[in-house]
Design a protein around this ligand. Structure first.
Ligand code: C2O
Ligand code: CU
Length: 552
């Protein structure tokens, strides 16, 4: 195992990923940022200098469990104080000592975990390959990666202000979809100083393939809002990896992908090689008003930017939830890599997902609690017993299951903002049932991709437009070959059931990966085995009550 050292400067920069010039947050001048490559067991060191002159930053390593280094998780207010302007912070972690038996070579992500800086463009890939001599359960000749993003022209500061104002200002649908940081916006009505269709920065991404080649394509999404369907015209894809876990292979024409998910698919370049093909990304799950995201599947030696002779597909119907659900249900652990979950759980937490108003402000809540983050990071206040740093009354494990009608609009007048956390027994098995419901709009329930820090969980089952039945639904759980993931969708009016072993000491956030939803409180924080966490580095301190630890 070796150590990879990276020096990052996080700064503002004007970017035109879809031809429209906009202020973005960049790493070493780039958005998406540089890809981190490593082998399983290697150590990554990122020396991050915050060159943003007017705001803090923190960066999360999405899917990396941070075993033994919970303070490197990069979650502001949970595991560290934010990095202040001008400061340098060193993230150091291993990818990944395996504590459970599941392997961790695979496809991961990183992104900002502060304010709305993911939406502003701070994101990228972490690609972890298997150690030398270890074989993967599939073969390919070439390894390529594609990161998906939705892109907004409004400043993220205005977006954040709208979300926390009366009247409420929703961010709306994105202006474009980016494939490897490139998209297209119709500039025809705008001045070329603002939007220039000829800017090479926004010429579509082109993936060059050799005829007959076998490709592993790693696809990750760090969308702010949009779920997408991804397609390569005329080519089927075989899904083989999900969130760093091997999948029992299945073939599909289009891949649904939510923010925070990663997949590897195998693609064979076996079509008519005299032409190019469209790679497309389309919004699903919400009524789209964003044009199709385009890239080119380029057969060598055709010109990279030669347009395919066809009209790009607009993909499957945005509201075909059944087909999205069918994909989720098709994702099972590869038969040689099955790690069966414990047959029983020690505790069940049912989380009702609702939209609410608190004092006239819109929020998202779980069991009538909307998450607000404290000034002192939980990891530090728990280790130091700063009992006053956050609300000590734990949030509820369930809601009024009997009486709550998930199909109607509720005022949920008892909802409060809270920074209380769940305390979960170390090395125990917990079932989490995510229960969807109607939002504050009649006849509307949204898809939420839920992401857990510090753990992979087993995906035990999905409910299709129903309330979870405590007696009968657990009988249908897949305890034989469930996939392990770190991000999973919750579909409209449905439920999603997870099982997790709390085997990683620390404090972890579990939240909706839609950045504006997290901003509006859609998450919970839990602690397990925090007393087993080693000595905290001073570098994570300096805010809230931790000031007195560094300047006694
Ligand atoms: Cu990728 Cu807490 O997020
Ligand atoms: Cu959400």
């Amino acid at each position: 195992a070796v150590t990879h050292r990276h020096k990052w400067e996080v700064n503002y920069g004007y970017k035109s990923p879809d031809c429209y010039k906009k202020l973005a947050i960049t790493i070493n001048g780039e958005s998406p940022g540089p890809t981190i490559h490593a082998q399983q067991g290697d150590t990554i060191v990122v020396e991050l200098n915050n060159a943003l002159f007017s705001e803090n930053v923190a960066v999360h390593w999405h899917g990396i469990r941070q075993i033994g280094t919970p303070w490197s998780d990069g979650t502001e207010a949970v595991t560290q104080c934010p990095i202040m302007p001008g400061d340098t912070f060193i993230y150091k972690f291993v990818v990944d000592k395996s504590n459970t038996m599941n392997m961790q070579a695979g496809t991961y992500l990183y992104h900002a975990h502060y304010g709305m800086q993911l939406t502003a463009g701070l994101y990228g890939f972490i690609i972890v390959s298997v150690p030398d001599g270890v074989l993967e359960p599939f073969v390919y000749d070439h390894d390529r990666s594609i990161i998906l993003k939705d892109w907004y022209h409004a400043s993220t500061y205005e977006q954040a202000t709208g979300l926390s104002s009366i009247p409420f200002g929703w961010v709306g649908e994105p202006q474009s979809l980016l494939i490897n940081g490139k998209g297209r916006f119709n500039c025809s009505l705008l001045d070329s100083s603002v939007c220039n269709a000829k800017n090479p920065e926004c010429s579509p991404y082109s993936l060059t393939v050799v005829p007959g080649g076998r490709y592993r394509l790693r696809i990750g999404s760090l969308a702010s809002l949009s779920a997408m369907s991804f397609e390569i015209e005329g080519h089927n894809m075989t899904v083989v990896e999900a969130d760093g876990n091997y999948v029992e292979p299945f073939e599909t024409k289009h891949l649904y992908i939510n923010s925070g998910e990663t997949y590897s698919v195998l693609v064979k370049a076996d079509q008519d090689s005299s032409r190019n093909y469209w790679i497309t990304a389309n919004v699903v799950g919400r009524k789209p008003s964003t044009p199709t995201g385009l890239a080119i599947f380029n057969y060598y030696p055709n010109h990279r930017h030669k347009k395919p002779p066809t009209v790009p597909t607009t993909g499957p119907l945005w509201n075909d939830t059944a087909s999205q659900l069918a994909q989720s249900r098709a994702i099972k652990a590869h038969h040689d890599f099955v790690h069966s979950p414990p047959p029983r759980s020690d505790r069940m937490i049912v989380l009702l997902n609702t939209q609410n108003k608190i004092n006239g402000y819109y929020h998202w809540s779980l069991n009538n609690r909307s998450l607000t983050l404290p000034a002192t990071p939980y990891l530090i206040s728990l280790k130091q017993n700063f009992n006053g740093a956050f609300d000590q009354n734990p949030p509820p494990d369930s809601y009024d299951v009997e009486n709550y009608d998930i199909y109607s609009v509720h005022d949920n007048v008892n909802t409060t903002s809270s920074n209380a956390i769940y305390s979960i027994k170390f090395n125990s098995t917990v079932d989490i049932i995510l229960q969807n419901a109607n939002s504050m709009t009649t006849g509307n329930s949204e898809t939420h991709p839920w992401h857990m820090h510090g753990h992979d969980f087993w995906v035990l089952g999905f409910g299709n437009g129903t309330k979870f039945d405590m007696v009968n639904d657990p009988k249908g759980f897949n305890l034989v070959n469930p996939i392990m993931k770190n991000t999973v969708p919750l579909y409209p009016y449905g439920w999603t059931a997870l099982r997790v072993r709390t085997d990683n000491p620390g404090v972890w956030i579990f939240h909706c990966h839609i950045e504006p939803h997290l901003f509006m409180g859609m998450g919970i924080v839990f602690e397990a085995g925090v007393e087993k966490v080693g000595k905290l580095p001073k570098s994570i301190m300096g805010c809230g009550e931790t000031k007195r630890l560094i300047n006694p």
